[in-house]
Design a protein. Structure first.
Lengths: 143, 122
């Protein structure tokens, strides 16, 4: 049908890329600061936070360039991460050294309480990402 | 930071965010209104940079971490220009939604900056 290459993200996918980029910057900035400022306070949580940030950066790049395999891996990793770490941060926060930490406080990480400190965007975004990737791969099969 | 100025900035960023997202979802391409309104949000961030440099010299000291504050402010300063460049390159409805998302990001970051400057939770 269309002669345009389907490799790059287009249409609403571009919005997804933009929101991912902002979240990647937010997570990366905060995690760099936490590691410089007070890594000793919650090393496990802050390491996870840094890993999450790097994955957000990779996901942004993958979505923007149409590298679908990397996009699937990184977006799925984020969904698992926000669910697992979100649950741990609510049920057994001491496991992460986060006892008594508010999701909006200085010990908050991007995945604490399912990303509550980030308006739950970390929870919603991977779901939207997976829906969009599915739609895209289906469109590619039909084309 | 100066609270009334922060509030003006916050309200403007939210209004601009709503406007751009609404126009984008309505199918409008980026135009002078959306690009310039995000430009205004960006200019206020630059004004905030000036305020943040001058304020400590006139007795308005930050109560939180200055490093964290500047990381937010530095990032906030580059978001509107990036969104505008995006809107100029890709002239379709989704760029308006991107402009709106940038404005909302500025609103959230401004709120966090005010917190770091004057409210300490822990």
């Amino acid at each position: 049908m269309s002669a345009q290459p389907r490799t790059r993200a287009s249409g609403i996918g571009r919005v997804l890329v933009a929101v991912y980029a902002v979240l990647a910057m937010a997570a990366l900035g905060r995690s760099i600061f936490q590691i410089i400022d007070r890594f000793d306070e919650a090393p496990i949580a802050y390491s996870l936070s840094a890993a999450a940030a790097v994955v957000y950066v990779l996901a942004t790049i993958a979505l923007a360039t149409g590298w679908d395999r990397l996009a699937w891996v990184t977006v799925s990793f984020e969904l698992v991460g926000v669910l697992v770490i979100g649950t741990i941060s609510v049920v057994v926060p001491e496991l992460l050294g986060l006892q008594g930490a508010s999701p909006f406080g200085p010990k908050a990480t991007v995945w604490s309480v399912f990303g509550a400190g980030y308006l739950f965007i970390p929870l919603v975004l991977p779901v939207l990402g997976i829906l969009w990737l599915r739609k895209r791969s289906r469109a590619a099969v039909e084309a | 930071m100066i609270l009334p100025f922060t509030i003006v900035q916050l309200v403007l960023a939210c209004v601009v965010g709503l406007l751009c997202v609404a126009l984008g979802l309505a199918g409008r391409k980026p135009n002078d209104l959306t690009v310039l309104s995000v430009g205004t949000v960006g200019l206020l961030v630059i004004a905030q940079v000036v305020v943040a440099i001058v304020a400590p010299f006139v007795g308005n000291e930050p109560t939180g971490s200055l490093l964290e504050f500047w990381m937010y402010l530095g990032t906030a300063a580059i978001i509107p220009p990036l969104a505008i460049v995006w809107a100029l390159i890709e002239r379709n409805r989704w760029s308006n939604v991107v402009l709106g998302a940038a404005a909302f990001a500025i609103a959230v970051m401004t709120w966090r900056m005010e917190q770091i400057w004057s409210v300490q939770l822990a």
